[in-house]
Design a protein around this ligand. Structure first.
Ligand code: SAH
Length: 369
């Protein structure tokens, strides 16, 4: 006999079939799932939301992902590269406004000049904030040596979405060549964990060719890797990308949004003490999308602090929000929105993943035995 949603939600662990049932749940099941996820968040995480000031410092990218608007082959993308001084200015803004942390994200490059540049920026940011500003990097696949160097210079968290944990689907959304190799990307997550980063990953939700089985496997993948942070959001098509030709396979945007919320809610119940980001792509679909994600389990928001002049060019997908307002306006509007969602901002804190410290404790206990 198949289990009801109530029965599934009473269990401590979810099987793959349970996950599929939760992902496919109807409106009534969804409400129960959201309620349970809300309770788990209150109990294990509380109502503190942490900010990561996001700087999208360049859209120059060596990769050719089929879904992404800043892919190398998109000749229509206007390329930019913010100066070091502007990045440091954004860091100063984050520090002065007690954001606690910032995220440096950009297209994926790995030249020695690029590696040196990031290294230099990390040291400068640590200096200007007296070591107070936490730094997360999101700069794609690198060698272990590079990850180590950036870690030694002050980065302590790293985001690298696996995009899909199913190799077949991964290769439907990426070219199958050495530059886009599933195993290499997976290995990078292990490297990050070895170096000692709080490690984050994630997937896109509602991709063409993606099934509920794929999404269930993504959730099991996060658990198996024991990741510290997850950022996942709806896939949003971009006209100047190859995946656009498969748009007839897509479910409506609103349904992709609901599916993303369900994924966040299920993950919060499965991994009670990790950090879960309310992805910006949620807000591209629903004006209060990120706040809705906070209600069902997310606890991290990444306000965009990229200088306004450049925001219009970091267009990963269509209808990207907040591209025409400055960082000041962004944070005012966010504070009001977060209070509205019933949460409170953890100003001036790094907001580290509790899971990371638990994982560390277990490792050191293990090594003493
Ligand atoms: N170069 C970095 C950062 C990439 S952009 C890296 O390789 O990790 C950050 C994320 O945006 C990607 O990981 C991807 O999941 C998401 N993204 C890209 N295109 C998207 C789209 N069309 N819709 C939704 N999310 C998208």
């Amino acid at each position: 006999m198949t289990k009801t949603i109530d029965e599934i939600l009473l269990q401590e662990e979810f099987s793959r079939d349970d996950l599929i049932a939760l992902i496919d749940s109807d409106d009534e099941g969804k409400k129960k799932l959201f309620q349970k996820a809300h309770e788990v968040k209150q109990q294990f995480i509380g109502n503190k939301v942490y900010f990561r000031g996001l700087v999208e410092f360049s859209n120059i990218c060596s990769k050719d992902c089929y879904y992404c608007g800043i892919r190398k082959s998109n000749k229509n993308a206007h390329r930019y590269n913010i100066t070091d001084e502007d990045i440091l200015e954004a860091a100063r803004f984050a520090h002065e406004n007690k954001y606690g942390s910032m995220v440096i994200q950009g297209g994926e490059l790995d030249s020695p000049v690029f590696v040196d540049r990031i290294d230099h920026l990390l040291k400068e940011i640590k200096k200007l904030s007296n070591g107070e500003l936490g730094i997360t990097l999101s700069l794609g696949e690198q060698t272990e040596k590079t990850y180590q160097r950036w870690f030694d210079s002050g980065a302590h968290r790293y985001l690298l979405r696996i995009e899909s944990s199913t190799p077949e689907l991964y290769y439907k959304i990426h070219p199958n060549n050495p530059k886009h190799d599933f195993d290499t990307r997976l290995e990078c997550l292990y490297k990050l964990q070895r170096v000692g980063y709080q490690t984050g990953t994630g997937v896109m939700i509602g991709l063409p060719f993606q099934t509920s089985e794929h999404l269930a496997d993504d959730l099991l993948f996060f658990k198996k890797l024991s990741v510290d942070m997850v950022g996942m959001g709806p896939y949003i098509e971009h006209e100047n990308t190859p995946l656009y030709q498969h748009r007839h396979l897509l479910i409506p945007l609103q349904d992709r949004f609901t599916l993303a919320l369900k994924m966040i809610a299920i993950l919060r119940i499965m991994m009670k003490d990790i950090n879960i980001a309310a992805a910006t792509a949620l807000q591209a679909i629903d004006p209060i999308g990120r706040e809705k994600a906070l209600k069902v389990g997310a606890n991290i928001i990444m306000p965009n602090i990229t200088p306004t002049d450049f925001r219009g060019d970091y267009l990963l997908y269509e209808n990207k929000p907040c591209i025409d307002e400055g960082a000041d306006e962004c944070s005012n509007c966010l504070e009001a929105r977060i209070k509205f969602a019933g949460d409170e901002i953890g100003y001036g804190h790094w907001g580290d993943s509790k899971h990371f410290f638990e994982r560390r404790k277990q490792v050191s206990v293990g090594s003493q035995q």
